[in-house]
Design a protein around this ligand. Structure first.
Ligand SMILES: [Zn+2]
Ligand SMILES: [Zn+2]
Length: 148
């Protein structure tokens, strides 16, 4: 875990940003979680170590972690997961990503399928649309829930 946090700190330093102890604590909670956490779940957990934490504390830390490509927000769940590719270089932009959300066990899998990304870009271009950000979220059942 410390290794992942240290890697995150290095990544931030490359971006000219600083992974402060508070941001590190929030990232630690997200990395340690079994599944996606909402901002309020994070706040509750953070309060155990930082009594003074208030909602803006969490929102600012989350914003930083997302900007530095360490965390993704799952819009559908209004919850946060660690980026599974955070230790890889992606250049200036966050990588295009798709999420598979299991409705039974709540796991979220992050995939990065270039064919999906290319198909979306092509379809958008066909309508003269210039996308800035593509967030693809699929609801369904994961492999282990289907076989259960
Ligand atoms: Zn990612
Ligand atoms: Zn499942």
């Amino acid at each position: 875990m410390d290794e992942r946090l240290d890697a995150a700190a290095r990544l931030c330093a490359c971006n000219g940003a600083q992974l402060t102890p508070l941001r590190r604590a929030v990232l630690n909670l997200i990395l340690a979680a079994e599944g996606p956490l909402t901002a309020y779940q994070l706040l509750d957990q953070l309060k155990a170590v930082r009594k003074s934490a208030v909602p803006p504390t969490i929102y600012r830390a989350l914003e930083f972690l997302i900007e530095n490509r360490l965390v993704h927000k799952i819009e559908r769940l209004n919850a946060f997961v660690p980026c599974s590719e955070a230790d890889q270089a992606h250049g200036d932009r966050h990588h295009a990503v798709q999420f598979l959300i299991c409705g039974r066990c709540g796991t979220v899998a992050e995939i990065e399928d270039d064919a999906v990304t290319a198909a979306l870009a092509k379809a958008a271009a066909g309508r003269g649309f210039k996308p800035q950000h593509a967030m693809v979220e699929l609801d369904g059942l994961c492999a282990s829930c289907q076989s259960a």
